[in-house]
Design a protein around this ligand. Sequence first.
Ligand code: PMP
Length: 363
Amino acid sequence: MSERVFNFSAGPAVLPLPVLEQAQRELLALPGVGASVLEISHRGKPFTKIHNEAKQALADVLGVPENYRILFLQGGARLQFSMAPVNLMRGTGRSADYVVTGSWGKKALEEAQREGAIRVAWDGKSTNYDRLPTADQLDIDADAAYVHFTSNETIQGVQFPAEPDTGDVPLVCDASSDILSRPIPIERYGLIYAGAQKNAGPSGVALVIIREDLLNRSDDGLPSYMNYQTQAKHDSLYNTPPSFGVYIVGLVAKWLRDEIGGLEKMNQVNRGKAEMLYQAIDESGGFYDGHAQADCRSLMNVAFRLPDDELTARFRAEAEREGLHALKGHRSVGGIRASIYNAMPVEGVARLRDFMVAFQASA
Ligand code: PMP
């Protein structure tokens, strides 16, 4: 198969076509370099330029203030589940608060608990993670080392419309599945991290944006790779960085900045795409049963169930024949999950919406 399908994978996920085309053109030789990004030293001039441009493009689209550092690390979001507590909590004598709105928040919590005492500020397990806490349900310790939340739960399709209010306690966010999908006020965060493989690039690189003053919290005794201060001091080049990933993230950020016209524009497109699918769910008379409560719905991952397993299997098989791929829901939620990240074309979502309507009519 050489034709591209509409790929609704939750991650690694669809990337912007112009980015793939540029990477393809440059795979044998970067202009003026004569070798590809896969083959050059991370300390030479060409990679330094790629690295600096990636940081600049991210800073431009996200509006990252001067007092923040942008790092490119390996180990995915999962290593950040550990790096956040060991750097930001260890030695402070304080606990950290975790807001658990889905499977990934729960995993982040479990990893942090290996480091020390953690308070659960809210946990949505009792309703199988279909909602967010209201402001008065959040139990924040004003003395916490930080508050951790997951801006978008990829499996349950639950997304914070805005940051929870945590007063002066630094906000730490796993933004793996919605970073770069909308503007966010970076100055409200202490640390944002994201595995790149949904909205930002390929797997193998994680983005870390950290407020500079928090680097002082890192204990000298930490393993060097896991020390934010070491990583910042070496500008992500403490060891060989995930250079191909940095290159692709740079192309994605430039695509957002220069072709899409910024995150406000991207957000508008994303809203329109999500609206199409949620409307199909809401107008199906219960045939499609959305997992998330209406006011907590994700613009990135649309999770819904059909009346039974047989219909679900038929839905997926027939969708695939229409070129609509990777729609299987996660086993903890069941049903269907359509991941509609930045790079999913509007046309792909419209095709899925039309398919949903036609499938229901034929069922
Ligand atoms: N957090 C979220 C919200 C995720 O969606 C994922 C990956 N699906 C992870 C963390 C784990 O990311 P990684 O595989 O990069 O460690």
